[in-house]
Ligand binder design. Structure first.
Ligand SMILES: [Zn+2]
Length: 310
């Protein structure tokens, strides 16, 4: 077995254990089932707030109202169907549409905005249940321009977050602005923020010390954000329980498979290596996987030498 395969298998085991632990151990807001720590209950929990450290909290909010599953065939690619069926015998992979809020330095930053109210998104309702007013969001960071991430930026054509400064990757903006009509909905949505729209480059300093990193493949300007020990992974995964077992499996949504595989491997290894809290817009359950929590169990340090130097 190659070192890479060994590393990936260990990551898979670590991640699956971490998901299970995360489903049972965190405070859940689900309107009635909070005493039950079963996996099923956690999957149905629409939001979770956890303290990352004494200076930062991370809130995960599910934008989808009902259970979401990705069918196996979405991951077949050109020749992976047998492997996919073997790794996902239930025929579909649990998923979600999730958004995240980081609270730090007395400010709130929202990462992505879901599909939007007009398309059935319930982010706004869930913010209300949490007592978070839209005007209390100081910053919005967008991972990429697909509608399930930018749809909630506007409500009836107007900015849904009246005070927020909006940060989008210039690489993503430039691609969709030049993609004929294909990007027009997203370009219009970000444009609704007027002079509160900021198009950043990867070297730029962003508010709250948020660090943007190029993670192309899913889309050309797809971006991962790091804040403290939190990594916002965007769409590196569409079916986490399947793809974590083989990081080279892509969903059909990935525009450039080669680059998507590269980005998925790079940032998953980085998250594992640094014991980070990974948050993904299509992770199932809590939407988060804490690699630090799992470090003890899996003795991740024992295979550090396998990790690529960066
Ligand atoms: Zn997406």
């Amino acid at each position: 077995m190659s070192k890479t395969t060994t590393t990936i298998r260990l990551i898979a085991a670590a991640a699956v254990a971490a998901i299970m632990a995360a489903c049972g151990n965190h405070q859940k807001g689900d309107g009635g089932n909070s005493g039950d720590s079963s996996r099923q209950t956690a999957v149905m929990s629409p939001f979770v707030r956890i303290n990352i450290d004494s200076t930062m909290a991370l809130v995960s909010i599910r934008d989808n109202a009902t259970e979401k599953k990705m069918p196996n065939r979405l991951f077949y690619g050109k020749g992976d169907s047998a492997e996919v069926e073997k790794l996902s015998p239930e025929g579909s992979v649990p998923s979600s549409v999730s958004c995240f809020i980081i609270e730090t330095q007395g400010k709130r930053a929202l990462f992505d905005t879901g599909v939007g109210k007009a398309n059935g998104g319930v982010l706004m309702d869930r913010l209300k249940s949490l007592g978070i007013k839209p005007e209390s969001i100081d910053y919005i960071f967008i991972t990429h321009f697909h509608n399930d991430h930018t749809g909630g930026l506007t409500d009836n054509g107007k900015a849904a977050f009246s005070r927020a400064q909006l940060y989008v990757p210039e690489a993503e903006y430039a691609y969709w602005a030049g993609a004929g009509g294909k990007g027009s909905t997203a370009i219009k949505a970000v444009g609704a923020y007027g002079n509160r729209l900021h198009r950043f480059g990867y070297g730029d300093k962003l508010p709250l010390g948020v660090k943007p990193m190029a993670a192309p493949g899913h889309t050309p300007g797809h971006t991962v954000y790091i804040a403290g020990r939190v990594m916002i992974m965007g769409d590196l995964f569409h079916g986490l329980p399947l793809q974590i077992q083989d990081l080279n499996l892509c969903a059909d949504y990935d525009m450039d498979r080669t680059k998507a595989i590269e980005s998925r491997n790079k940032y998953t290894l980085m998250a594992v290596h640094n014991g980070m809290m990974a948050a993904g817009m299509h992770f199932f359950g809590t939407g988060m996987v804490d690699f630090k929590m799992n470090e003890r169990d899996m003795e991740l340090k024992s295979f550090e030498h396998n990790l690529p130097k960066r």
